[in-house]
Write a protein that binds this ligand. Structure first.
Ligand SMILES: O=C(O)C(=O)C[C@H](O)[C@H](O)COP(=O)(O)O
Length: 200
């Protein structure tokens, strides 16, 4: 599955920070039940790789890794069998390594230079990060104007309340956010259901 198809699976990609791998499977089950299937597990915690492996056991889940910032992490998540990779920014060296891995890739961008670096690598799909503090929707509209083929997943400070505005902008295929993960599986399923129903 290519990155565009993954971005179109649901309006929201949950940004998951997991500290206990035992929570991973029930969390992924709740998200998938609610209709959210592309799941971004950030490498912010030592439990992340095990969490990815657990979530991959859930039918329907398309599990990716977020916060990939080194080639060592790239190797680890490739070994874990992730279906997509998200980075907070775009450097030439790591960007090239991820492109060469063949794993669908969503690099973080916040400037025209970032997007141009992506174009040079053949990429057309980008995370806009950190979305809210980089100027919000107004900034993305200005930034996207010269890049007609670019498609975005704004992430960082996006909420259930602001997601519809972002999603109404054509080049935005989905948004990323941590708000979809609740304190219990029941809450997560409810939040996922609401997120999956967002118009775009
Ligand atoms: O770790 C990364 O690489 C990230 O992608 C960071 C996330 O964008 C934010 O953690 C989103 O968090 P919220 O603003 O709470 O939705």
């Amino acid at each position: 599955m290519g990155i565009e198809r993954i971005m179109r699976l649901a309006p929201v990609v949950p940004v998951i920070v997991i500290s206990d791998p035992a929570e991973a499977r029930p969390m992924a089950e709740a998200l998938v039940k609610g209709g959210i299937t592309a799941l971004e597990v950030t490498l912010r915690t030592p439990a992340a790789i095990e969490a990815i492996q657990e979530m991959k056991k859930v039918p329907g889940a398309v599990v990716g890794a977020g916060t990939v910032v080194s080639e060592e992490q790239l190797r680890k998540v490739a070994d874990a069998g992730v279906e997509f990779i998200v980075t907070p920014g775009l450097t030439e060296r790591l960007g090239k390594a991820i492109v060469e891995s063949g794993i669908p890739f969503l690099p973080g961008t916040a400037t025209a230079g970032d997007i141009m670096r992506g174009y040079e690598l053949g990429l057309r799909h980008f995370k806009f990060f950190p979305a809210e503090t980089s100027g919000g929707l107004k900034a993305l509209k200005a930034l996207a104007a010269p890049f007609h083929e670019a498609r975005f997943c704004p992430t960082g400070g996006v909420s259930a309340a602001t997601a519809p505005d972002w999603l109404a902008f054509d080049p935005v295929l989905c948004v990323g956010g941590s708000w979809v993960v609740g304190k219990t599986a029941e809450e997560t399923e409810r939040l996922a259901r609401e997120a999956a129903a967002l118009p775009r």
